[in-house]
Ligand binder design. Structure first.
Ligand code: SF4
Length: 342
């Protein structure tokens, strides 16, 4: 992370959440079975070297309240958390605050209070834009609530990050793609895309065990995300996270099934490049060796893990061997196949 984006995360697992969304176990994901207290935030700030009595001499931090529904916490508690940060905003060590929350916990009153306290970014957990999927996931709000909350947040000049999931109960690739289209229409400042992972001690784990939920495999997730990623790129919406952050807990067995892979983003970006090459290669005359020209930073994405993309293309376009060529004239995400003689 560049020093300009220094984030001081404060985990408040499930704090404020009025329902238990079927897929969610924030304690397992954050590796923290308690919520940070106001005193802990104070200590974190001190340990990070922030000072109240001295002007900032380093890149300032952004404090990020993650893992719960910040705006659904009683307002006095929100105030207590945010009041700890204020002296450090004055001395310049904290430049802003961000929080994640639910769409049905956003109001004009709350937004103006948050802005006064330095909250510049809200990450809104949307998960799906299909009401039936939201209902079956135990979200307790509708797609209409998401649109209203997003409009309100944008109208108050607060940066908006939208989070979506793929492979939730009742969803399918078309519904996941539709969700991405609808999120893009809301013109967020960024998105996070999380394929569903079956975490132990969740209602989803029980549904899966009873055979009432079909696992969203890594391959399912790579396939749908490789359709979603180009859509957000086209609309110039930054994807700030693709897949759950890898952790010892998740890799150690808390992720019982579903689309967990420590290098999930790389798998998807590699598939995006493969799809692109495949589109271009169809209807082309190919000789024995075909060159795929890509931006130098995209060579490994085009090649794929253990050359899987090249092997796939060779078996799809049988008789042709593929070679990836770094080419500084090719834009990122593009593939150029030079015309071949003969
Ligand atoms: S998904 Fe969000 S709202 Fe639902 S239980 Fe988890 S933290 Fe709370």
């Amino acid at each position: 992370m560049s020093p300009r984006n220094r984030i001081l995360p404060v985990f408040i697992p499930h704090l404020g959440c009025p329902y238990h969304c079927v897929f969610c176990n924030q304690n397992a994901i954050t590796g923290q079975d308690y919520s940070a207290s106001v005193e802990m935030v104070r200590n974190e700030l001190k340990q990070a070297g922030c000072r109240q009595d001295m002007e900032c001499v380093a890149e300032p931090y952004e404090v990020a309240f993650y893992g719960g529904s910040f705006t659904a916490i009683p307002e006095e508690v929100q105030k207590e958390f945010l009041s700890v940060v204020q002296p450090y905003r004055k001395s310049g060590w904290i430049r802003s605050v961000r929080c994640s929350t639910r769409p049905d916990a956003i109001s004009l009153h709350n937004l103006s209070f948050l802005r006064e306290q330095g909250v510049e970014t809200i990450e809104l957990g949307c998960q799906s834009m299909v009401d039936d999927v939201l209902f079956r996931s135990g979200r307790g709000h509708s797609a209409g609530d998401i649109r209203e909350a997003a409009d309100l947040i944008r109208s108050q000049g607060v940066h908006l990050i939208l989070q979506m999931m793929t492979g939730l109960p009742g969803s399918d690739p078309d519904k996941d793609f539709l969700t991405a289209v609808r999120l893009a229409d809301m013109k967020p400042d960024g998105v996070r895309v999380y394929p569903t992972v079956i975490i132990r001690d969740t209602p989803l784990y029980d549904l899966w065990q009873k055979g009432e939920y079909r696992e969203h495999t890594v391959e399912d997730a790579v396939s749908i995300c490789s359709r979603i990623v180009p859509l957000f790129h086209e609309k110039q919406i930054p994807i700030i996270r693709l897949g759950l952050n890898p952790s010892d807990e998740l890799s150690g067995g808390i992720a019982a099934g579903g689309a967990y892979h420590p290098s999930f983003g790389e798998l998807v970006y590699s598939r995006v490049m493969r799809n692109r090459a495949e589109d271009i290669l169809r209807n082309r005359h190919l000789s024995d060796v075909t060159e795929l020209h890509v931006a130098p930073s995209f060579v490994s994405k085009m090649t794929g893990n253990r050359r899987c993309n090249l092997e796939y293309l060779s078996s799809t376009f049988s008789g042709t061997v593929f070679r990836v060529v770094p080419d500084a004239f090719v834009p990122e995400w593009d593939v150029v196949v030079p015309l071949q003689k003969g």
